[in-house]
Design a protein around this ligand. Structure first.
Ligand SMILES: C[S@@+](CC[C@H](N)C(=O)[O-])C[C@H]1O[C@@H](n2cnc3c(N)ncnc32)[C@H](O)[C@@H]1O
Ligand code: SF4
Length: 386
């Protein structure tokens, strides 16, 4: 069970929207710019948007900060320091705050790790993606497996905590090869791994290749076998799943991502960042302008780049709670769902899904998705929410 089941968490997400090149599978809000980025100007804009956001939700204690991207490890440590200072001068910050920075594992970026550490980052999440060079090439990555492992070693020396990401269900990947790769990865990962099944996102170059029959991804049965290998190997080597794609030793879960999955509050800062803020008893879903330069201009003119600020009604709020919470192995408290929705979950649907083995209800009443249910999580959520 995950420790620290408290409800006072408040996260701050900061989005850095630039990358050196665009990976062919990625549909994140990331952009390649050939002219140099004016980091000082961005740092000032981040500080302004942080101040505006803090004025909306002033009495919070920040328990986690996540610098995501894009490629935040392209920022100078000084820029990261300025962002963290701005957060610290607008909100109270918990003494045990988790400060994660997403980094690409190239040698250039690893040289900045000491600077990030000095700026206040205490956890890095590295986008390793694969441990063999052929796969890295297919994925369009700019680093080799050796370089990635060297960056992991530097991360291990520089930070109290680190994690890395791998993508599986890659073209031509067999369960046996994946099992071997995963064991090597676990040997390198101290406490946390994120393991994502390759998704073919519409609008990406992989989508075009896939549609043209030039990208062979594993079929459903192989994808299922790859998922099962993931669960087995990780559990056997001490990194059980705590979320559908995330594995950790007990107590080493990413506290920031738990804020999202547990339906807690967070501010979204930077281009294309999302937030969930509780204001006067209602939950606001915020989103900022995605295009970096347009975001910059909005912040300079108005103090923020928010272009969407929807008040969620009780059904939307409850559905989101279900959708996010069921991703976690700890599951949800059906009582909280009922309080949010104004009605309980349908007992007939619960009974049906239990019978199918997709969910269980624990002795303490928590409702959880089983290992057999996770591969069909979307259908389970849809059934319960209907
Ligand atoms: C914001 S991205 C990346 C961080 C960093 N820019 C990098 O690439 O190393 C977070 C993670 O999402 C995963 N990811 C991105 N697109 C994906 C896709 N189409 N399918 C599966 N995983 C994906 C990758 O593992 C990636 O590390
Ligand atoms: S996967 Fe990471 S490096 Fe590649 S384009 Fe997406 S955000 Fe940038």
């Amino acid at each position: 069970m995950i420790s620290a089941l408290h409800s006072e968490a408040f996260g701050v997400y900061v989005h850095w929207p630039f990358c050196l090149s665009k990976c062919p599978y990625c549909d994140f809000n990331s952009h390649v710019r050939h002219a140099p980025i004016d980091e000082d100007r961005y740092a000032r804009a981040f500080a302004r948007e942080i101040a505006t956001s803090a004025a909306r939700v002033p009495h919070r204690e920040v328990t986690s900060i996540f610098l995501g991207g894009g490629t935040p490890s392209l920022m100078r440590p000084k820029t990261v320091g300025a962002i963290l200072d701005a957060i610290g001068s607008n909100w109270r910050v918990a003494s045990e705050v988790e400060v994660t920075l997403e980094a690409n594992p190239t040698s250039v970026e690893a040289t900045r790790f000491a600077g990030y550490r000095a700026a206040g980052v205490n956890r890095v999440s590295l986008g390793v993606q694969a441990l063999d060079d052929a796969s890295l090439k297919t994925l369009g990555r700019l680093h080799t497996a050796r370089e990635a492992l060297d960056a992991v070693a530097i991360a291990r020396r520089s930070f109290e905590r680190y994690s890395f990401d791998l993508i599986y269900a890659r073209p031509d990947q067999t369960p046996q090869l994946w099992g071997e790769e995963l064991k090597r990865a676990i040997g390198e990962a101290a406490e946390h791994l994120s393991l994502y099944q390759l998704t073919i996102e519409e609008g990406t170059p992989f989508f075009g290749l896939y549609a043209a029959g030039k990208l062979r991804t594993p079929n459903e049965a192989t994808a299922r076998a790859l998922y099962d290998v993931t669960q087995e190997v990780c559990a056997r080597y001490g990194l059980p799943a705590y979320e559908i794609s995330n594995h950790a030793r007990e107590g080493a879960e990413c506290r920031h991502n738990l804020v999202y999955w547990r339906g807690e509050e967070y501010a979204g800062i930077g281009p294309g960042a999302h937030g969930r803020l509780d204001i006067n008893g209602t939950r606001h879903a915020t989103a900022t302008e995605k295009r970096p330069e347009a975001w910059l201009m909005r912040v300079e003119a108005n103090g923020h780049g928010v272009i969407t600020n929807d008040v969620l009604n009780s059904v939307e709020r409850a559905d989101e709670f279900l959708l996010m919470g069921l991703r976690l192995v700890e599951g949800i408290d059906p009582g909280r769902y009922a309080a949010l929705a104004g009605r309980p979950l349908n007992p007939r649907r619960i009974a049906m899904l239990r019978e199918e083995g997709a969910i269980v209800v624990d002795g303490d009443g928590r409702l959880r998705v089983t290992q057999a249910g996770f591969p069909v999580l979307d259908a389970v959520v849809a059934d319960l929410a209907a």
